[in-house]
Ligand binder design. Structure first.
Ligand code: BGC
Length: 761
């Protein structure tokens, strides 16, 4: 490889400016890009709009071909799914040495929850409720990805989801727009920073829009909802990412209002650009343009023109732009100004990243050796994983466990590395992940003994596990009969003082194209769990899952349940930290856990209806309820236990009557009545009692995560301003309306103390 040859191309020499000026001077950027675009042919401009996949990592069905030749011919703007800094450097060399105009490429990847150092899946991360920590995960992901040649990540994924059947609920931040918005902004900042460092990479908020509202939780399915719901409940996290300066947006696969997002001008132009002022570029999802043929929007030429007209700038994999835009231009279906605009936005992104200044900015082979999977990154991953776990039940203080005696470790998820990282961990080295068994053994040394048995396969039907598998993960099935495996587990359990059952979903049972119509622990594992509970020994269920599961039996019969989601590369260590009490659990759910699948969609910020059921009731005729299950969730949004106990005082407010732009201060005192220091997420909810449109029974409006020592009391105050009361009304005007508001503070969305106030304009 010729090391300095990128310095040679004359336009680079002529127009290269210091990276400081590149970041700060829009005029210079425009001049640079104008000059470059003046030299570009129409074909080269269309080439910039093309994003093939390299095939190193497979994240979709279609394949790109002849990529090397296309790069030389100026027909590629970026490449994704390519792994390895040396390889990326070589491809970049081809682009900047062998193509006519020597324009550098974007290199994209799904760096979703970490790179080689892998953090918990995003749904788990959202249970941490600590924006600094979440931002730091994105920062570390960007450091590692950028050291490996990647300058663009397809993250954050911010789709609100109220339906746990949808496998991709694992990739987002749960059901709440407020929490989701905070996380979206934190992630964008963590990835992109101000573009000044060679470890700041371009972020891409996805999937715009409403992808998480797929009917029946079936991936890629239709969505349809009122504008009022869109703007209030689903749009805010995308907007928060835009407000935080996200450089790119990915269109979703689904339709919105009868038009696929990829061809939807209302979304891509009216909302995104005109209403929110987005200045970056929009990329389709994988073959999103081509899929509009199946949606029934026309042939490839028609749907490609539809996408460009809607406001799409870059075409992922499908090559509809590459192969049809010229013809559409000749036929007057699109304009040259539209192609110029899309091309300009993509070149601007490259400029902001500093690629024209140094196309190898992200190809520092030395950094790839020193900055990836470092001890410091792994330590942080371990800490953040432990903070993401949610203690769902802990009867009679079964947890924490002592590091002594005999511990039976049983279950198909107890001794596996493949299943620790979770879905969308394309850069994870699976064999590096720490299994539960390894984590526990490391923690106890020779003070205690671990007795292991697999106990069951993940599911009796191997297809459940196999079908969703995206990244060719191994599925280690045990060929013994169900009975043989349970018998072995029981014999191991009989020798122990306590049983840890590591059960739940396999890693790939959530994620893309992994929807489920039943969301319980697979039957074969439930049978094992029932047998373990029957022994009468204390059982701790360590639950792996990428979505809320239905666990009424487990909640009733198993003394302790620690939900560990998929915790990333350091999972096993983090689980041991929490099980043995070296870390006190503090995770709080960002999604409701229903009692059964028939309650779905079930979410805390629902409407009251005209026939609400009274609090604490199950059924009343002519009320909004079910004959066979109460309206309550099994575990509500915001819920999560600790080894500490926290008691809340009543809420006191600075005033019960407010006017105009005043600020309300609402305060509680939280006391740790236990003997151990702990972290608590104090949550503020507000209900707008009367509105010009119906308002939710409560909405999260603030939270504070605090550490409280044993026996200590802490005052926690929230400052509330009229801006916090705003919502989109029937005319989609964002404003607040005077009247009564119920101010609620508590430990989760169900257990709150409240006070009523009145606020006039
Ligand atoms: C997914 C996106 C992802 C893309 C590229 C698609 O199938 O929906 O989330 O970024 O593939 O891998």
């Amino acid at each position: 490889m010729k090391k300095t040859s990128w310095l040679i191309p004359c336009f680079l020499v002529l127009f290269s400016v210091s990276s400081f000026a590149q970041q700060n001077d829009k005029g210079k950027m425009n001049l640079f890009i104008n000059n470059l675009m003046n030299k570009m042919t129409l074909d080269e401009k269309i080439g910039q709009l093309n994003l093939p996949g390299s095939g190193d990592i497979v994240t979709g069905q279609a394949k790109s071909s002849d990529i090397g030749k296309k790069i030389k011919d100026g027909q590629v703007g970026g490449l994704f799914n390519i792994k390895g800094v040396e390889k990326i450097k070589e491809v970049q060399r081809v682009a900047v040495e062998e193509s006519r105009l020597k324009i550098p490429l974007l290199f994209g990847m799904d760096v979703i929850h970490g790179y080689e150092t892998t953090f918990p899946i995003p749904l788990a991360l959202s249970c941490v409720w600590d924006m600094n920590m979440i931002q730091q995960t994105a920062r570390i992901a960007a450091i590692e990805a950028s050291a490996s040649g990647i300058n663009w990540t397809f993250s954050p994924m911010v789709d609100i989801c109220r339906d746990p059947r949808w496998g991709r609920i694992s990739e987002g931040s749960g059901e709440d727009a407020y929490l989701g918005s905070q996380i979206a902004a934190a992630m964008v900042k963590g990835y992109q920073g101000d573009y000044s460092l060679n470890s700041n990479i371009l972020a891409c908020v996805k999937h715009f829009a409403l992808y998480g509202a797929a009917e029946a939780g079936r991936d890629y399915n239709t969505t349809d909802m009122s504008r009022v719901r869109m703007y209030n409940d689903y749009f805010p996290p995308y907007k928060a990412a835009v407000d935080a300066g996200v450089g790119s947006v990915m269109a979703s696969f689904n339709e919105v209002d009868g038009i696929p997002a990829t061809g939807n001008k209302f979304l891509m132009t009216d909302v995104l650009r005109k209403q929110w002022g987005f200045k970056g570029f929009v990329v389709t999802d994988y073959t999103g343009i081509n899929e509009m043929i199946d949606h029934g929007m026309g042939n490839l030429q028609q749907v490609s023109a539809l996408a460009l007209n809607a406001g799409i700038d870059m075409d992922m994999v499908g090559e509809g732009f590459l192969t049809t835009l010229k013809k559409s231009l000749q036929q007057g279906k699109i304009t040259v100004a539209q192609i110029n605009n899309a091309c300009r936005l993509i070149l601007e992104a490259k400029y902001k990243l500093g690629l024209f200044d140094n196309p190898y900015k992200y190809c520092d082979v030395e950094r790839s050796k020193t900055d990836v999977y470092t001890n410091a990154h792994r330590k942080f991953a371990r800490d953040v994983a432990a903070e993401s776990f949610v203690l769902l039940k802990n009867k009679d203080g079964v947890l924490p466990l002592k590091k002594s005696g005999k511990i039976a470790l049983i279950g198909p998820l107890a001794n596996t590395k493949e299943n620790m990282a979770g879905t969308w961990s394309v850069a994870t080295i699976l064999k590096n992940c720490i299994s539960v068994k390894e984590g526990l053994e490391d923690a106890i040394g020779n003070r205690a003994q671990i007795l292991y048995a697999k106990g069951s396969n993940i599911a009796a039907d191997s297809n459940l596990e196999k079908r969703g598998t995206l990244f060719g993960r191994e599925i280690n099935r045990d060929n013994r009969s169900e009975k043989e495996m349970i018998d072995e587990a029981l014999s191991v359990a009989s020798q122990s003082d306590v049983i840890i059952a590591a059960l739940g979903e396999a890693s790939e049972m959530s994620g893309e194209s992994s929807s489920r119509s039943h969301i319980d622990i697979p039957h074969t594992q439930r049978k094992l769990l029932e047998a373990l509970v029957k022994t009468g020994k204390p059982v701790v269920l360590v639950l792996f899952t990428g979505r809320p599961l239905t666990l009424p039996w487990e909640d009733k019969n198993v003394p302790a349940i620690l939900n560990v989601w998929f915790g990333g590369s350091e999972t096993g260590y983090a689980i041991a930290d929490v099980l043995f009490g070296d870390v006190n659990p503090s995770g709080k759910l960002s999604t409701t856990f229903p009692q059964n699948i028939g309650q779905v969609p079930l979410y805390y910020n629902h409407k009251n209806t005209g026939r609400p059921l009274g609090d604490g009731k199950w059924f009343e005729k002519f009320r909004s309820n079910y004959l066979d299950v109460s309206n309550d969730p099994l575990y509500p949004f915001g819920y999560g236990l600790s080894y500490s106990n926290f008691e809340y005082s009543d809420v006191s407010v600075s005033s019960k009557k407010l006017k105009g732009n005043q600020t309300l201060t609402a305060t509680v005192t939280v006391t740790n009545t236990s003997k151990v220091v702990g972290k608590e997420v104090v949550q503020l909810y507000i209900r707008d009692m009367v509105g010009s449109i119906t308002r939710p029974v409560k909405e999260l409006k603030g939270f504070k995560k605090i550490t409280i020592k044993a026996g200590e009391s802490k005052q926690v105050s929230f400052q509330i301003k009229p801006a916090d009361l705003k919502f989109y009304n029937y005319n989609l005007k964002f404003d607040w309306e005077p009247g009564d508001f119920n101010i609620m503070i508590g430990s989760n969305s169900r257990d709150v103390k409240s006070v009523m106030i009145n606020w006039v304009k």
